[in-house]
Design a binder for this molecule. Structure first.
Ligand code: ADP
Ligand code: MG
Length: 473
């Protein structure tokens, strides 16, 4: 019988586990969302700053170009013509010295006919009409900044393409001395800043944040799992113990009511059984005279004797009496057992070898009950050796206890039966009641002792009983 079916396994932490698991997922998703949000904010801020920076640069550039290029060139040459090498070099010097050490990738200056008159990239100089809408806005006095990004779809989706450039286009104005720039538009300046590196830094930082929180959450979850596993194991163990205790209680209750019933029934059965037996004995005697070969009466006698034994065993097991303690000697009890079994020992070829320690103490015990226990063990030993064999009995004493050891040379007990042999009604014998060992256990335990069965290394079984010397005083 399986006492603890699988589906009854107690999992009190299942809910906790699901809850933590889902909250961890929620925290994880939340962290990623927050991270996206943060990144977006940081990127927008970075872009705004870069735009402001670009405008300041352009303002400064406007100022320097006006003072160091337009005025001196107009005075010197009378006309501004950047295509002339000398003028171009002056302009290049002004631009480079102004932007020197600032982070700018490209500067382009358009004239009022949308023609590139100055650029870091010499190849584009002289090209016409590529200013676009930014140029038109700048001509009408408005500055604009545009973010240009290039990369694969995932990089664009995450907002971190390999190449991010901020293009700012602003008017280049004539300046009135000692005033803010407010003169007429003379041309258009376009500067390009590369933001890829800044964006990459923000992205890397966010990745580090996500990775760190994932690792921390993973560790947290692992620790929690361990705690839950431990808790579950403890609760499961307790529940199993409770179940086992309940089972024991049920069994005890069952046995005690069974005991009452058996006591009543055996009382009722024993009397007629006695009559059947004595009648059969009488019949046997009478029939001996004229039908000596008829074995029926002796079968009746044998079977009624067996029935009597079964009833006695039942009674003994189901309604054990408490021991009537008196001083007794284990050796004497054992000798009485051997005497009782003597005829069987001789007839069926058993040998009994006993070793009693010399100065064995007397024991406080119920000698009738011990006799019954030893008899059950000896009968089991003989039944385990149907073709005869040797039984060793050894008694010794130490530490206020007496140990009695019975060894036989029989079949031994198969491993798969070891857990069951103490169960009532478990028997491997055709005519066994399966109550013998249960009775032994009841008797020995009611004396405060212990009983164990083990297989011997070579052959047969060993029953070891330990009885306290002073129990029941
Ligand atoms: N000395 C032994 N050697 C081998 N098996 C044993 C021995 N003692 C007990 N057993 C096993 O334990 C079972 C239970 O024994 P017991 O309770 O005395 O009942 P029964 O003798 O009526 O079968 C036996 O059927 C047998 O299988
Ligand atoms: Mg038996």
């Amino acid at each position: 019988m399986n006492l603890y079916p699988k589906e009854e396994k107690i999992k009190p932490f299942r809910l906790v586990k699901y809850f933590t698991f889902s909250s961890l997922i929620l925290i994880f998703v939340g962290t990623i969302a927050l991270s996206f949000f943060n990144t977006y904010g940081a990127r927008t801020m970075q872009q705004k700053k870069s735009e402001e920076y670009a405008r300041l640069l352009i303002e400064n550039l406007n100022h320097q170009v006006f003072l160091q290029f337009i005025i001196p060139v107009a005075l010197k040459f009378g006309k501004i013509q950047l295509r002339e090498k000398e003028q171009f070099e002056i302009m290049d010097k002004v631009v480079r010295s102004t932007l020197h050490s600032f982070k700018v990738d490209m500067v382009t200056i358009y004239d009022m006919t949308n023609t590139i008159s100055y650029s870091f990239d010499q190849e584009t100089i002289g090209k016409k009409g590529i200013g676009g809408k930014g140029y038109q806005d700048a001509v009408s006095g408005k500055s604009t900044s545009t973010l240009l990004q290039r990369g694969n779809w995932l990089e664009i989706f995450l907002g971190f393409p390999k190449d991010s450039r901020l293009v700012t286009i602003a008017p280049l104005r004539a300046e009135k001395p000692l005033s803010v720039i407010s003169g007429p538009v003379l041309g258009v300046v376009e500067i390009v800043q590369n933001l890829s590196k800044d964006y990459k830094t923000i992205f890397d930082f966010q990745v580090r944040v996500i990775l760190t929180s994932t690792v921390v959450m993973g560790m947290l979850f692992f620790v929690l799992l361990l705690v839950v596993k431990r808790g579950e194991a403890i609760i499961e163990k307790r529940a199993l113990e409770r179940l086992r205790l309940k089972e024991q209680l049920n069994r005890a209750e069952h046995l005690s009511s069974l005991g009452e019933m058996v006591a009543v029934i055996s009382h009722e059965v024993r009397n007629p059984l006695g009559i059947i037996r004595s009648s059969a004995e009488l019949l046997n005697k009478k029939m001996a005279n004229y039908d000596p070969n008829n074995s029926i009466p002796s079968i009746i006698i044998e079977e009624s004797a067996r029935l009597n034994t079964i009833i006695t065993d039942f009674l003994e097991f189901a309604k054990p009496r408490s021991p009537q303690v008196a001083e007794c000697r284990i050796e004497n009890v054992l000798e009485k057992n051997i005497t009782f079994l003597e005829s069987q020992i001789d007839e069926e070829g058993y040998g009994i070898e006993n070793h009693y320690q010399n100065d064995l103490p007397t024991v406080k015990a119920d000698s009738d009950m011990l006799y019954q226990a030893f008899l059950n063990i000896l009968i089991n030993a003989m039944q385990a050796m149907p073709d005869g064999g040797k039984i060793n009995i050894e008694v010794h004493s130490a530490n206020n206890a007496v140990t009695i050891c019975f060894e036989d040379e029989g079949t031994g007990i198969p491993e798969e039966h070891m857990g069951k042999i103490w169960d009532p009604f478990f028997s491997t014998k055709e005519k066994g009641t399966g109550l013998g060992l249960g009775i032994v256990k009841n008797i020995i335990e009611s004396h405060g002792g212990t009983v164990q069965i083990a297989n011997r290394t070579d052959c047969g079984a060993r029953v070891t009983i330990e009885l306290p010397v002073e129990y029941g005083v």
